[in-house]
Design a binder for this molecule. Structure first.
Ligand SMILES: Cc1ncc(COP(=O)(O)O)c(C=O)c1O
Length: 404
């Protein structure tokens, strides 16, 4: 839809949005009207280099041609049905995801939080049914982020953060331990624990990659103690970290993994994959979802995965990520550069504020996100080139220097 066809000015449309939309986001000051590949365009004709990818979603580029074609084609056949008939895109996507990431079974949801909700439910039911009524405890990491439904909020290890405050009691059954500290997780295990749940790279918490020792150590710890290992790969999945899934960087496998964001190529989807053994916890009636495996979204996801694999985009993420991170370390006033693949964070020394840097970048035509007070997070589409990394670096440098 184009603004010109509505008869409204930019200001009138923004006024309408602010009047009717419930305010949950600090929005950019422009209307996105069109997006293609590495670029986003607003209604004033301005171009923005996209180092944001709709928050780690548009991994094969904005409006990827093959993804768009797959959506259009599937819309002509079946757009939605109930969960009862089999559909072609759902069955084929189930096979593609399971075979690509080395898991046995999949259940489709609509978002990351919902996928985590399903992962938490499956782990708890597996524990209660196999080991007794109190065996549903899950240990997650401090500074983690798992979503905004009640289960995923409680799993989010940030009790002092706004996302948990003011909602009354959190769902019971969660304990928090220190990320990248195996001893802290060991100490948190008690007789009710059934699972440990972490992001392989903490994203919203400030871009902290799990160390090899930690992630491999967690797998070993879970095996020794008879616990399930759950990975939240909502942000890290589908090429972002230099492998199709983040856990593949560490040579370990989870018992359940959640995914969303980039899986749908721009359409909303979430999913969990589990081992056959653990997946038995869900039976008809114990879990469900109206839009589970929607045919249009599944067709988009198939095209997205094909594009990722055919163009070897996880390898590009690894190469460009290393190139970009080395370069970012030469920015003025940098405290630390962290990341894996193209999930990249730059922490600046205070008093530089990440919100100010973000606005400086957007004003200069670069989309980035701010996390915490001093961290800029960048997640470009995985098709990014060296030239585009250089361009992003130069804009970021200019934005930082303007604040010094
Ligand atoms: C690691 C992680 N888990 C879960 C979520 C929640 O996903 P959604 O916003 O699709 O519900 C996010 C969103 O940023 C995330 O980064």
């Amino acid at each position: 839809m184009k603004l010109i066809d509505t008869g409204l000015t930019k200001e009138q449309l923004i006024e309408k949005a602010n009047k009717y939309l419930i305010d949950t986001a600090a929005r950019f000051d422009f209307i996105e009207e069109r997006a293609k590949g590495m670029y986003v365009y607003d209604t004033d004709g301005n171009e923005y280099l996209d180092f944001f990818a709709g928050i780690a979603v548009n991994n094969t580029g904005n409006c990827n041609e093959k993804v768009v074609a797959a959506i259009k084609e599937q819309c002509e056949d079946v757009m939605h049905t109930s969960v009862y008939p089999y559909t072609i895109p759902q069955a084929l996507l189930a096979e593609k995801v399971c075979e690509t990431i080395g898991m046995d079974k999949i259940f489709f949801q609509n978002s990351g939080a919902e996928a985590n909700e399903a992962m938490i439910k499956m782990a708890r039911k597996y524990g209660v049914e196999n080991f007794g009524p109190r065996k549903f405890g899950i240990i997650t990491a401090r500074q983690s982020f798992h979503g905004r439904t009640f289960g995923s909020m409680a799993a989010t290890g940030q009790p002092d953060n706004g996302c948990q405050i003011g909602f009354g009691d959190m769902t019971p059954g969660f304990k928090y331990a220190k990320f990248n500290d195996l001893e802290s997780f060991k100490e948190a295990i008690d007789e009710n624990t059934i699972a440990i749940m972490v992001e392989p790279v903490q994203g919203e918490g400030g871009v902290y990659p799990g160390t090899e020792e930690f992630i491999v150590g967690l797998r070993k710890l879970c095996d020794e103690k008879g616990l399930l290992l759950l990975f939240d790969e909502v942000q890290t999945g589908f090429g972002r970290t230099g492998e199709i899934m983040g856990y593949m960087n560490y040579g370990v496998k989870p018992d359940i993994v959640s995914m969303a964001k980039a899986l749908g190529g721009g359409l909303p989807i979430g999913a969990i994959c589990a081992t056959s053994e653990v997946a038995k916890a869900f039976t008809p009636g114990s879990h469900g979802c109206t839009f589970s495996g929607n045919p249009v979204v599944c067709a988009a996801a198939m095209a997205q995965i094909d594009e990722l694999i055919e163009n070897n985009l996880s390898e590009n993420a690894k190469e460009m990520g290393n190139y970009f991170m080395d370069k970012l370390a030469t920015l003025p006033n940098v405290k630390e550069v962290r990341g894996k693949g193209l999930l990249v964070g730059v922490e600046f020394n205070e008093p530089l504020s990440s919100a100010d840097i973000k606005h400086g970048c957007v004003d200069r035509g670069l989309l980035v996100t701010a996390v915490g007070k001093s961290i800029i997070r960048m997640l470009p589409p995985l098709i990014v080139t060296k030239e585009e990394c250089d361009k992003a670096y130069n804009i970021l440098k200019e934005a930082v220097e303007a604040l010094m």
